[in-house]
Design a binder for this molecule. Structure first.
Ligand code: HEM
Ligand SMILES: *[C@@H]1O[C@H](CO)[C@@H](O)[C@H](O)[C@H]1NC(C)=O
Ligand SMILES: *[C@@H]1O[C@H](CO)[C@@H](O)[C@H](O)[C@H]1NC(C)=O
Length: 324
């Protein structure tokens, strides 16, 4: 029953999307080209998360950062070379993005099994889905058939990825520019139930909020005091704290109750209470884990179709770090 519902939702999302948002992707794309593709990715993701669950958060975020810069074309995976600073070396990604080795291992096995068939962009979309499944128990089918891009520029990551100091209207604009609604932005932000943040990403809210107020008054003072202990002023750039200390690796709707308790790390999180419509979605999501997970899967599927390359566009990279 659940399977039929999911299939229906996938169909309807695909049906309702404008053609440029990748209606050409299809569930089961590799069934007749490389039948083991999705199971090989899943094995590698499960193996990696067994060792360190943090890779799950890393892979979900990596898919988002791939899709927001030049579409979901695997451009985030490309290494910098000589004069070219690639996306992964933008401050939005370096040093925080993690999980590249998981994609490399899956790609290596896939090239052994079906040479030149499975794109890096699809591997990343599958790996994000598999991470969601391991960390939430919730599964969704991923439409596939993406091809890999040949360009990766740090400057484009700088300008397309929303920074944590953004307000609601800025976030809404950035997501709208990618064809995502404000409600989908609220839904996708729920991924901040898992993983970690570097102290440097929110230190402004503890020490230098604005010219008159050092500590952001919208941050729960007890939580702020705890964070100041973990993150001193001028912290070591490698220092991190869990996004949700109560359950750092459980992908559920806890993000929304944390917002309501003023216990979230970023301005971009707390700002979701600043309009009545987004505040309404926050409280709705906080009350129903299953409702949120369904919304999250749908929004991930839609995000996964942003600006995709299909058909003969792009290429199938043989090494995800290097264009052919
Ligand atoms: C709404 C705008 C968003 C902003 C401003 C934002 C910002 C950030 C920042 C600053 C971090 C911490 C990075 C660090 O210092 O280590 C982070 C982590 C994370 N973000 Fe977002 N994010 C946004 C939306 C999303 C979306 C749409 C997703 C996925 C659907 C996502 C998934 C994650 C995950 C899973 C982590 C933890 C990563 C890890 O543990 O390695 N974020 N985000
Ligand atoms: C600083 O932030 C506080 C709390 O949000 C606010 O009341 C105040 O107006 C802000 N000051 C400036 C100069 O922006
Ligand atoms: C920052 O922390 C890392 C890991 O704990 C350590 O290797 C490094 O020396 C530290 N750097 C500074 C400047 O303290």
């Amino acid at each position: 029953m659940d399977f039929i519902m999911r299939a229906l939702v996938v169909f309807m999302v695909g049906f309702c999307l404008p053609a440029h948002l990748g209606a050409q992707l299809e569930v089961g794309f590799y069934d007749d080209k490389c039948a083991a593709a999705e199971s090989i990715v899943e094995e590698e993701v499960r193996g990696a998360l067994n060792v360190n669950s943090g890779f799950g958060a890393g892979l979900i975020r990596m898919h988002f950062h791939d899709c927001f810069v030049r579409g979901c074309d695997g451009s985030v995976l490309i290494d910098s070379t000589g004069s070219n600073r690639a996306e992964k070396d933008s401050p939005a990604n370096n040093p925080s993005l993690r999980g590249f080795e998981v994609i490399d291992r899956a790609k290596l096995r896939l090239e052994g099994t079906c040479k030149g068939v499975v794109s890096c962009a699809d591997i990343l979309a599958f790996a994000a889905r598999d991470s969601v499944q391991v960390l939430s128990g919730f599964y969704y089918d991923v439409p596939a058939g993406r091809r890999d891009g040949r360009v990766s520029l740090a400057s484009e990551a700088d300008t397309n990825l929303p920074p944590p100091v953004f307000t609601l209207s800025q976030l809404t604009q950035f997501f709208a520019a990618k064809g995502l609604t404000q409600a989908e932005m609220v839904t996708l932000s729920g991924a901040h139930a898992i993983g970690r943040s570097h102290c440097t990403s929110f230190g402004n809210r503890l020490y230098s909020f604005n010219t008159t107020t050092a500590q952001d008054p919208s941050l729960d003072p007890t939580y702020a005091a705890q964070l100041r202990k973990q993150c001193p002023q001028n912290p070591n750039a490698t220092l991190v704290v869990p996004m949700n200390p109560a359950a750092p690796y459980s992908l559920d709707n806890s993000y929304y109750s944390n917002i309501l308790a003023n216990r979230v790390l970023f301005t971009s999180d707390q700002t979701l209470l600043s309009s009545s419509s987004t505040a309404g979605l926050v409280s709705q999501n906080s009350r129903s884990p299953y409702l949120w997970l369904n919304r999250f899967a749908d929004a991930m599927i839609k995000m996964g179709q942003i600006g995709v390359l299909t058909g003969n566009a792009g290429e199938i990279r043989s090494n995800c770090r290097v264009i052919n």
